[in-house]
Design a protein around this ligand. Structure first.
Ligand code: ADP
Length: 633
């Protein structure tokens, strides 16, 4: 990748001025001393002696120096001061008698000799300091304004986007990215838009403007954006969200404007904004903090530009990355802005293997290296971690002065990287992995029988984020705004499916189900206190609306004032609902125990099961007859 150069004269101007000025000054101040004949310095006492002895012809008295010339008839043999008629200098002391002494000896004396180069020095003293200031000013401005355009006093409003124009040799394409196949498939479409915009415009379609890449750090979001640019052969502007917001209020908005201006000139092209959340945080968040005006202005400007810029028919597509999509302002996610969201998740086993292959190709591997084994041992590693892992292994081999990277190097590297990652991703022991597998399959099987929470679409035991060790993804089959009672009961049972599987298979339970229990209990409580779904307690809202909770108590107490008896009944009802869900989950899993084991063993090998394969497996689930409540229609 080549960074587009800035005009050389402008980048160098500051430096040239500073250096030119300094050298000029030094030469003019010191050169006369360096190149001229030096005037010998003598002690003041010697000067006085020479005056008293009548050897001095003339004296010039300056503030810091006295220069004098010896008489021509000086006897050079006895004279210590110098040759005939020589000019000498001494440093004066506070001596009020001096004029009198000189007068008494009839020596010609005068005040300071006219300073050498006086006019020149004066001019220098006036010109150099401003020059230095201008130089420093230029220097900083040039550092700030990187994006082309005239550098002037306002260049801090220029965007700092780096422009990459990829050459053929260093081109990044989809081949450089692995393990994120779905994301790649979705981005293929963007490449088409950039390559053949006319196709879409001709038919009257609106080319999407924004694509949000969502995923944990290091999973290859930046790399994907570069690959899109590389595949489409268009320039790539890269900037981080935090770079918009700086010292000057309003600079962020101006930078956004400038960025889009530049991009429009180069269209079709891609703008990549990393860390979008730095400017795109929800404006509603933090009610007690007050707004952040600068960030809001920047965000507003971004929205305006995104609404306006494609009007001219130019194809500029904004790709943005974030790992906290939930904090983004909803205005950003509206249609016409970042309406497409692409999940870039941590890779599964097959994905990790592919990524390892990409990077292993760049180092010399020994014969005993088994990439598959390495991939198996690194669940939860993102692409960046794997790239780092290969490099660490190569470094270890080189340090041990071996020619190729051995399996042992990889083992040690994994340990190092894991120790460094510790919190970021976890590497589970085999036992834990088994528990997670059964837990997730438990959710899936119960969810398959009681589909109130949606269709089970994916089971994964790749650790994800800080908390989840695995997950079961249920996709809603249609948009839902109302939930029926039985659907909520389904959801509760599905949430308890994980824990139930652990009970059945391992006869004990782990801490892994805490979050499930929390959610199940919350749902049950809301059924009773908010939705009036309890037969015993009737259609009453025992929960106060948010606002009322504030007004009435001054403190947050979400419960309406209820009698002790009612409180007890609520607790009992909530407990009963959760227990029922639990009983259903146990019944389903006991009934399908074989299937539970088959799928769990399978997922231990592949880490992820989804699509047709999963549906085929789940189709075998049998519904037991002893369910306590009817299954949702
Ligand atoms: P993000 O933007 O998601 O934080 P990056 O794209 O900056 O991550 O990834 C950092 C580096 O990690 C990349 O330059 C690349 O070397 C490597 N990398 C990450 N994900 C992948 C992947 N899926 N395939 C290949 N390399 C990857």
């Amino acid at each position: 990748m080549a960074i587009k150069p800035q005009p050389a004269w402008r980048r160098q101007l500051g430096a040239i001025l500073i250096w030119g000025g300094t050298i000029f000054l030094i030469v003019n101040l010191f050169a006369p001393q360096v190149f001229g004949r030096p005037i010998p310095q003598v002690p003041y006492s010697l000067f006085i002696d020479q005056v008293e002895d009548g050897k001095v012809a003339s004296v010039y008295v300056a503030q810091n120096e006295i220069r004098y010339q010896l008489k021509a008839e000086q006897d050079s043999e006895t004279n210590q001061g110098g040759a005939l008629g020589q000019v000498l200098r001494t440093t004066p002391i506070f001596d009020l008698e001096l004029p009198k002494r000189l007068e008494a000896k009839g020596i010609e004396f005068a005040a300071a000799p006219p300073p050498r180069n006086s006019w020149f020095g004066t001019i220098l003293s006036w010109v150099i300091p401003p020059l230095i200031f201008v130089g420093i000013w230029q220097f900083f401005l040039n550092r700030g304004g990187g994006g082309g355009g005239p550098a002037g006093a306002l260049s801090f409003t220029k965007s700092k986007a780096k422009v990459y124009v990829q050459g053929e040799t260093e081109k990044i394409t989809f081949a450089n990215v692995a393990g994120v196949e779905e994301a790649k498939a979705e981005l293929e479409e963007i490449v088409e838009f950039l390559k053949f915009p006319q196709r879409y415009i001709a038919i009257g379609a609106r080319i999407p403007k924004g694509v949000l890449l969502v995923g944990p750090p290091g999973t290859g979001k930046t790399l994907l954006a570069k690959a899109v640019a590389g595949e489409a052969g268009v320039p790539f502007f890269s900037i981080s969200g935090s770079e918009f917001v700086e010292l000057f209020v309003g600079a962020g908005a101006a930078r956004v404007r400038d960025l889009f201006e530049q991009a429009n000139k180069q269209a079709p092209c891609i703008i990549f904004i990393d860390e979008l959340d730095a400017i795109g945080k929800s404006r509603a968040s933090g009610p007690f903090m007050g707004g952040n005006d600068e960030r809001e202005q920047t965000l507003n400007q971004l929205l305006t530009e995104m609404d306006g810029f494609s009007a001219a028919g130019s194809t500029v597509i904004v790709l943005a990355a974030t790992n906290r999509p939930e904090t983004l302002d909803s205005a950003l996610l509206r249609p016409g802005r970042f309406d497409r969201q692409v999940l870039v998740d941590r890779p599964d086993l097959a994905g990790r293997l592919k990524i390892l292959e990409i990077y292993a190709n760049k180092v010399k591997l020994g014969p005993d290296v088994d990439l598959k084994e390495i991939a198996t041992r690194t669940p939860g590693f993102a692409g960046a971690d794997l790239a780092n892992l290969v490099n660490e292994a190569a470094l270890l081999a080189a340090r041990n002065q071996r020619e190729t990277v051995a399996n042992a190097d990889f083992r040690e590297a994994i340990e190092r990287v894991v120790a460094g990652l510790e919190k970021k991703s976890r590497v589970l022991s085999d036992k834990e992995k088994r528990i997670v597998a059964y837990h997730e399959v438990g959710h899936a099987l119960v969810g398959a029988v009681m589909p109130g929470g949606g269709k089970v679409a994916k089971i994964s035991i790749v650790p994800r984020g800080m908390a989840a060790l695995g997950y079961t993804l249920q996709m809603p089959t249609e948009d839902r705004f109302l939930l029926s009672e039985s659907e909520i009961r389904d959801q509760i049972a599905t949430l308890l499916g994980g824990r139930s599987a652990e009970e059945i298979i391992f006869g004990s339970i782990t801490t892994g189900a805490a979050n499930d229990l929390q959610r199940a209990t919350d749902l049950a409580e809301r059924m009773v206190t908010t939705y009036g779904m309890s037969k015993i307690l009737g259609p009453l809202a025992y929960e106060k609306g948010q606002q009322n909770a504030f007004l009435n108590d001054g403190m947050m107490n979400p419960r309406r004032a209820v009698s002790d008896g009612t409180a007890k009944e609520i607790d009992q009802e909530v407990k009963d609902i959760v227990e029922q869900g639990h009983a259903n989950a146990l019944a389903i899993l006991n009934h399908n125990r074989e299937l539970l084991e088959t799928i769990a063993e399978k997922i231990l090998e592949t880490e992820v099961i989804e699509g047709d394969e999963l549906q085929a497996l789940l189709a075998e689930v049998k519904t037991p007859d002893n369910l306590q409540i009817p299954v949702a229609a």
